[in-house]
Design a protein around this ligand. Structure first.
Ligand code: SF4
Ligand code: SF4
Length: 114
């Protein structure tokens, strides 16, 4: 498994809706509350909603990060509408359902053995 979870880099990148919501300045109001401002990153093309320096964004904008599944789980400032946030939540919910199902089956087997 790589940093993109079970997905290849291309598939991981394809999840992004290119909405650019994450490319606007944010203000941390404390207590886990983040307010997004109308101020776009200077490298964002607000017409196309695409980054003008995407391939070299880490060189020109050191604060810009490469999202990974792991990071999406821990970055509390990601917009709730972000496709990665939705993807990770969906994946975690499915994993929890599978885990609960496995636990139930184990319990049923244990009861039958008694
Ligand atoms: S550098 Fe590009 S990807 Fe990073 S925040 Fe700015 S516009 Fe978005
Ligand atoms: S908010 Fe999420 S879906 Fe939208 S551009 Fe950013 S990473 Fe992509």
């Amino acid at each position: 498994m790589d940093v993109y979870g079970e997905l290849s880099r291309d598939k991981w990148e394809a999840i992004c809706r290119k909405c650019a919501k994450c490319c606007y300045e944010k203000v941390d109001l404390g207590g886990g509350v983040i307010r997004y401002t109308d101020e776009p990153c200077e490298h964002l093309d607000t017409e196309t909603k695409l980054c003008k320096v995407y391939d070299r964004r880490h060189e020109v904008e050191p604060d810009c990060i490469s999202l990974t599944e792991h990071l999406v789980r821990f970055l509390h400032w990601m917009p709730v509408e972000c496709a990665y946030v939705e993807y990770v939540r969906h994946k975690d919910t499915i994993a929890q359902v599978h885990e609960a199902d496995k636990k139930q089956r184990r319990n049923r087997k244990a009861k039958r053995r008694r």
